[in-house]
Design a protein around this ligand. Structure first.
Ligand code: NAD
Length: 491
């Protein structure tokens, strides 16, 4: 099966006719061929988005009108929940219950931003108090223009929703490029937008390689705003491209997030949150708490329980009942994570459990959930994002030491702390240099709350009202209300 591009409200074949294969990571079988867009296709998509923005009036519609489309898309996603969740498993490898969470959250994201679009009608204009009574002034929120949205493969539809929903709510039009390995559910999103009658050009979906289709989006003069989630090196390229034309830019990049567990924590709760924090979605999570710091009094027991439970995690095809860990997304990712574990071993780390392909899984990109100890602080395993089911665990003595170790990273996406002492937990939360902090848990994410990183983990915030601001400009309108001359020339 070959898919097309969704440009200007139509399904079109790529101008240069290229296609790429998409593989099921559980079976290594080809499931579909996707269109490989080139510069010519991206140009058509950007022109369609430009026309929808500049001439066809998408930004001129009221927030309430745009909200109707967003709610219809949310409903469309819910109506196809089973089909889309299954596609996500086939394409990404994640277990079906997790795919179902993602699809539910994606629908919820469209509903949430429908509400914010309506609020823009009421609160999009703010009167400003001025010290000079001869003037009135107001600040008006307006959409930035055409947004180029480029997303990764770990939460394919959800990452699309995090960008497309606030952009459309704000009144922007969008050219979306999903990751080449997981484009199938973004194409479903386009089909739903088409079904609900979203005006032509408001959402365009171009599939294909990052270095070709993605690069063409970031270089296109017709794009006003770049919204990117992905790796740091590509984030740097995007920021450089944005700098050339002074495009607006928001970046959600990687992390190496710490999880500090104090002696007074409940050991069973700690084990569950540590496992969830690094093994859900096969550890392919930007906010994964991959560096676990455990206070020395609890360390031996907690490590033993963590290893025991990690060995029990059921591995398998994400479609199978009871599976908690599916395959990694691609051969490339599988090879990279195995290489990272081998490098950790070579640097002196101990593999407490896991560390390779699970027995009985000769096909598919499967990897055992892995716990590393004795990881040198200057080794890549401790410092770099592995983006797989691999956790480094280390003891600490004092709160001060834990905070210093936690913050000793060029990343600052997320951090977590677990303690029964609320005052201490709040103190540590305040000391973390990270954009997202969890207390007594790790990973739960809510559409209403801001999401984004400090330091090299990114720029800007998605989700909540902050996510809408990503797609808005603020215009000042100041009026001179006096009949008297200004007095500079006419005295
Ligand atoms: P990636 O940076 O390789 O790719 C991300 C997207 O960028 C893909 O769509 C890709 O095709 C595109 N791309 C690649 N080269 C490009 C170029 N030159 N110009 C324009 N687009 C280009 O990242 P990935 O491997 O797909 O995803 C994994 C990374 O994403 C991890 O580092 C992870 O931490 C990060 N991530 C961050 C968040 C977050 O919210 N902070 C969420 C998910 C993933």
């Amino acid at each position: 099966m070959r898919s097309k591009l969704y440009i200007d409200g139509k399904w079109v074949a790529p101008v240069n006719g290229g296609f790429e294969t998409v593989t099921n990571p559980a079976t290594e079988e080809v499931v579909q061929e996707i269109a490989a867009a080139t510069e010519a296709d991206v140009d058509l998509a950007v022109k369609a988005a430009r026309r929808a923005f500049d001439k066809d009036g998408w930004p001129k519609r009221s927030g309430a009108e745009r909200a109707k489309f967003l709610r219809a898309i949310a409903q469309g996603i819910r109506d196809r929940q089973d089909e889309i969740a299954t596609l996500e498993v086939i394409n990404n490898g994640k277990p079906l219950p997790e795919a179902n969470w993602d699809i539910g959250d994606a629908a919820g994201c469209f509903d949430y931003y429908a509400g914010l679009a309506e609020q823009l009608d009421r609160c999009g204009t703010e009167n400003i108090d001025l010290p000079d009574g001869r003037f009135t002034s107001k600040a008006v929120k307006e959409p930035i223009g055409v947004a180029g949205a480029i997303i990764p493969w770990n939460y394919p539809l959800l990452m699309a929703a995090w960008k497309v929903a606030p952009a459309l709510a704000a009144g922007c039009t969008v050219v979306l490029k999903p990751a080449e390995v997981t484009s199938l559910t973004s194409l479903q999103l386009a089909a739903i937008a088409d079904d609900v009658g979203l005006p032509a050009g408001v959402l365009n979906v171009v599939t294909g390689a990052g270095s070709v289709a993605g690069q063409a989006i970031i270089d296109h003069k017709g794009v006003d705003k770049l919204a990117f989630t992905g790796s740091g090196p590509v984030g740097s390229k995007i920021m450089a491209a944005a700098a050339r034309d002074i495009k607006r830019v928001s970046l959600e990049l990687g992390g190496k997030s710490p999880f500090v567990v104090f002696d007074d924590a409940d050991i069973e709760q700690a084990v569950e949150w540590i496992m969830f924090g690094i093994f859900w979605n096969q550890g392919q999570v930007c906010s994964a708490t991959s560096r676990v710091l455990v206070q020395e009094g609890l360390y031996p027991q907690l490590l033993a329980r963590l290893v025991e439970e990690t060995r029990r995690i059921r591995i398998g095809n994400g479609m199978d009942e009871g599976v908690l860990l599916g395959p990694l997304v691609s051969r490339r990712q599988h090879e990279q994570v195995i290489a990272a574990i081998d490098a950790a071993r070579a640097a002196g780390a101990t593999v407490a459990c896991g560390g390779g392909r699970p027995e009985g899984f000769d096909k598919g990109y499967y990897l055992q959930p892995t716990v590393l100890t004795d990881v040198p602080l200057d080794s890549a395993a401790w410092v770099e994002e592995i983006f797989g089911p691999v956790v480094c665990v280390r003891p600490f003595k004092t709160e001060e030491e834990a905070v210093a170790l936690a913050n000793d990273s060029r990343f600052g996406l997320a951090a977590a702390v677990m303690s029964r002492d609320d005052v201490r937990a709040e103190r540590v939360a305040a000391a973390f240099r990270a954009g997202i902090v969890w207390i007594n848990c790790s990973q739960p994410t809510f559409t209403e709350a801001p999401w984004g990183g400090y330091k090299e983990s990114g720029i800007g915030r998605e989700l909540g009202r902050w996510g809408l601001d990503n797609y808005l400009e603020t215009k000042q309108i100041t009026r001179y209300t006096s009949d008297a001359p200004w007095g500079w020339y006419i005295k």
